[in-house]
Write a protein that binds this ligand. Sequence first.
Ligand SMILES: Cc1ncc(C[n+]2csc(CCOP(=O)(O)OP(=O)(O)O)c2C)c(N)n1
Ligand SMILES: [Mg+2]
Length: 469
Amino acid sequence: MAVWFTRSRFMSHHLKREVGLLGLNNPSFWSSFTHHNSSPLENCRTPETVFSIRRFESTKAEKQLDSRFDDDENLILDFPGGKVTFTPEMRFISESPEKRTHCYRVLDDNGQPSMCSSFEQISKEVAVKMYSNMVTLQIMDTIFYEAQRQGRISFYLTTIGEEAINIASAAALTTNDVILPQYREPGILLWRGFTLQEFANQCFGNKADYGKGRQMPIHYGSNKHNYFTVSSPIATQLPQAVGAAYSLKMDGKDACVVTYFGDGGTSEGDFHAALNFAAVMEAPVIFFCRNNGWAISTPTTEQFRSDGIVSRGQAYGIRSIRVDGNDALAVYNAIQAAREMAISEQRPILVEALTYRVGHHSTSDDSTKYRPVGEIEHWRVARDPVTRFKKWVERNDWWSDKDESELRSSVRKQLLHAIQVAEKVEKPPLADMFTDVYDRPPSNLSEQEGLLRESIKRHPQDYPSDVPV
Ligand SMILES: Cc1ncc(C[n+]2csc(CCOP(=O)(O)OP(=O)(O)O)c2C)c(N)n1
Ligand SMILES: [Mg+2]
């Protein structure tokens, strides 16, 4: 950014001189380049000038660093990236900090807020909705998982163990905040009002699925709820989230982007590109890393050598926090504060939530082949985020056994009904496989469609009978 800014200042002076020669050296001309008002020259802008006028000026962090130094030329190096002090001591920076970054927690394992914990109290209404959504997510996972085992859907992936991350972060945001998920965050959609029927329609890939049955189960998406469709290739959503956040910034929106990803996602180049891009462009985006210990069968010890993910933030110039991902109140408070900073200060924030993937990676995985059952059980029982939050809600006298059994039986009934309905809804027509990408289908795509139709005619027994051809 510093380099760009210095260079742009130079270019701006240069241009001013050139433009001055053309008789346009007049302050009102230049003010039109720094404000968004239209000017008489609006129609003359080249793509480059349009881009440059919408850039946002800021090198706040750098200015802060600079102010720490005095002007003794013998002690400081003033180079294009800022000022740095000299030292006679040859010292390499250690590869790891003396102490690992602490983890912010509000509730202990018994759902008791710690004495000196800093957190904002939430209302009964929000707390009960959070707890109910966490339970709904658990039941949804159980029933869809069973449906997959019965062969009724092709694939499924649970969020077991990560319910607090899903629901508490959703609760701390507004629906104007744009979500770019990985795949283990359906709870945000649930919180925003995506119905159990809509979840079922997607998993069954029927005509009512917004993706027209073209994606595997769990690839949810909703324009209405500002939730980008899940995309399988890991971490691709991260640079896209920065672009989306920069667009919110250009439009002066009172909203941010939140993008979720796993510990495994941080090994992708896209993670690093996104963090740097966001820091430099000062985009209002929250990077929410669910560090659940595993990327399918790869443990975090084989994924990175740093102190988790949180430590990467400072390297890129991004404010960061580590939070207990199984503590709904901590997640809620951290995300609320992160959102406030992202929007009011127009900056990215990195959040690392420590948690554990209690379920298998997906229905295509058996995690007992590569991790001890005792470890899974410890996290499933002793560290369950839903039970911990329930204890706190009960302590406040906001929840009873009766509420619990009514909720569980009602959600179960609604889900079974949603599955029955989704199963009966017609599948999308075959033609839908070839639409929505090109305005006019290219010849190779039309040829493929023709070949497929021919093959179905010749071998109908090899194709699903419930897809209208
Ligand atoms: C680019 C890319 N590489 C590999 C895969 C295969 N894959 C799917 S999920 C996954 C693990 C991701 O782990 P993590 O990001 O920690 O998320 P978690 O499943 O733990 O929530 C991998 C390697 C993929 N989908 N995309
Ligand atoms: Mg993981």
